[in-house]
Structures are given as C-alpha cells and as structure tokens.
Design a protein around this ligand. Structure first.
Ligand code: CP
Length: 310
C-alpha cells in the first residue's frame, strides 16, 4: 500500500505487521534519548482541517523522533479561508515536494481525494465519519499489550457509533483480527445495517457490556448531528454512561478505553476514566506515538529503498 487512508482493504497480517513494528517505538519512546534518525531529511506536512490534540501532536512527535522536518499547516491562517479548494490545496502542498502528508478533514473521503492528487504517501488522521485508521491501530496495540491477545476478546464499543470514524475503523480492525465486537447505543446513534460489519448490536447498555473484556466509550459527536436527533447529555448519561458501579456489576475484569477527547460525566464518569487499574486511556495516547512512528516509517520505506538509502 502506498497510502493509509483506512483500515478497509488491509489484510490481518498487514495490521499485525504494523503493530509489531510499533513495539520497537514503544521501547524507544520510554528511553531518555528518543531519536532514531532513519527518516532524516524527509519532510512531513500535517494538514489538519479539524481540531485535534492527540492525533496532531503525536504525528508531529512521531515525525520528529524519526528525524523528519515536520511542518504543521495552520488552516485558520491559510488560503483555505479565502476559498481555496481542497484539491488546489493538495496540488499546492505537493509542489513543495513533501515526503508524507497527514490529513484530517471533516469530509468523508478527503484523504483518498488528496492521495489521488499527490506524489507522496498520505496518512488519514480522520475524515468525517469515515475512518481514523491510526486510532484503530493504537487501540489494537493497547488491547494486545494489556490483554495479551486480540483474538476472541469481547470488545463492546459504546455510544455514538453513527457519527464515529473511530468506531468504524475499530470494527474493521478488530473483526479482521478475530475479536468479538459488540456495538452498544441508542437506536438513533447506531448505523442501519451495522450488523453487516460482523458485529452484534445492543441497545441496552447492561446487556451490551455484560462479561466484556474491553469496554470502549465514544464521545457524543454533536458537531456531526446536523439537524438530527441530539440526545440530552443528562438523559444519555443515565442510560448509557459508563460508571465504576456498572463495570463492577457487569464486566468486572474489563479494560476501559476512550479515544478522547472525553466529555466527563456524559459517556464516562471521572471515577472510571481515572481508575489507575481499569482505564487504559493514557496508555492509548502513548501507543498513538509508537503506532504513528511505525506507519510513517513503513509508508516511506519504498521511496527510501528506491533511492537506495534505507
Ligand atoms: N482520538 C483523537 O483523534 O483525538 P484528537 O481529536 O484530540 O486528535
């Protein structure tokens, strides 16, 4: 593959290869000296048209730890604000001869569109409600490290699945690796025909998380609920909020995950999110840097090999 626009189309052995590659970077990132200069001299452009804390910073740190010159496009100060189209922006970035472009955009399919217009690898850092592949990879790495394996793990993905690129990429990734995936949420926030993705569907939280090995909470993505039904946070929390009491009673051994950013007190309480034993939320962020280093390294490998310096 030249680009990483989604988990869709990746074979299980390719996903496992990226997870295995990421392990070396977990070790390096825990050392005092965190540099491996194998991508020295390459240029990485991060073009984030939507807000981000985790993904943008971890892609920047990942590129810098591999020795790249990393440039963040400041969208708010860019000519996008003067009406430049996404394609014109892509052609403009390409003319500066970057070696990798990382893009986040509110439109599903934006990263694929850019990939078709540029000469370097493109990494999707989230496109609309379509995919967020590096999030799924970092979640899979977290599960594998904490639970020892992914196969046959029962993973309950809870909440606003309808608007979630994280849920979609996770379903593709975890089912490819033979986990048993459940989606749990109000019917208004579950895509129709989601069963076709090989998941079990639950509208009752207690049924959905019972005896799960992993419980993953999703944020209510009100920014994508244009004109649709927007649940009240209080009512949503009463029916679908994850609390230590619910986990104790229904899935006492479960690992608790959240891709962030969290709305504390809505989809998850602080007591559970900050639980030092059960919550893997900060570990997910740590794995994010390692996974992104692996993706940047692997995707630029072919070009480096062609030029004879890898
Ligand atoms: N999980 C995630 O994508 O977080 P950010 O929106 O902060 O990048």
């Amino acid at each position: 593959h030249r680009h990483l626009t989604g988990i869709y189309g990746l074979q299980p052995h390719e996903i496992l290869f990226l997870l295995d590659e990421a392990e070396q970077w977990v070790t390096l990132n825990r050392a005092t000296a965190k540099h491996d200069e194998r991508l020295f001299g390459l240029t990485q452009i991060n073009a984030f048209f939507e807000n981000s804390t985790r993904t943008l910073l971890s892609f920047e740190i990942a590129g810098k730890r591999l020795g790249m010159d990393v440039v963040n496009m400041a969208v708010a100060q860019s000519s996008v604000k003067k009406g430049e189209t996404l394609i014109d922006t892509a052609v403009t970035l390409n003319a500066m001869r970057p070696d990798v472009i990382v893009i986040r955009h509110e439109s599903s399919g934006a990263s694929q569109l850019i990939a078709e217009k540029v000469d370097c690898p493109v990494l999707n850092a989230g496109d609309g409600r379509h995919e967020h592949p590096t999030q799924a990879l970092l979640d899979a790495l977290t599960i594998r490290r904490r639970r020892g394996r992914i196969e046959n793990q029962v993973v309950a993905i809870c909440g606003d699945v309808l608007h979630s690129r994280v849920a979609r990429s996770n379903i593709l990734c975890l089912t490819a690796l033979n986990a048993e995936v459940r989606v749990v949420g109000p019917p208004t926030l579950l895509p129709r025909d989601i069963e076709r993705m090989g998941v079990k569907v639950f509208t009752n939280l207690e049924d959905g998380i019972r005896d799960a090995d992993v419980v993953m909470a999703l944020r209510l993505q009100t920014e994508r609920m244009h004109g649709g039904f927007i649940p009240s946070p209080r009512e949503y929390h009463a029916l679908y909020g994850l609390t230590p009491e619910r986990i104790d009673r229904l899935a006492p051994g479960a690992l608790v995950m959240h891709p962030g950013p969290m709305n504390r007190g809505v989809e998850i309480t602080s007591a559970l999110a900050d639980d030092a034993v059960r919550s893997a939320i900060t570990e997910q962020v740590e794995m994010g840097v390692a996974v992104r280093m692996a993706c940047l390294d692997v995707l630029t490998r072919r070009r480096r090999k062609v030029e004879g310096w890898a």
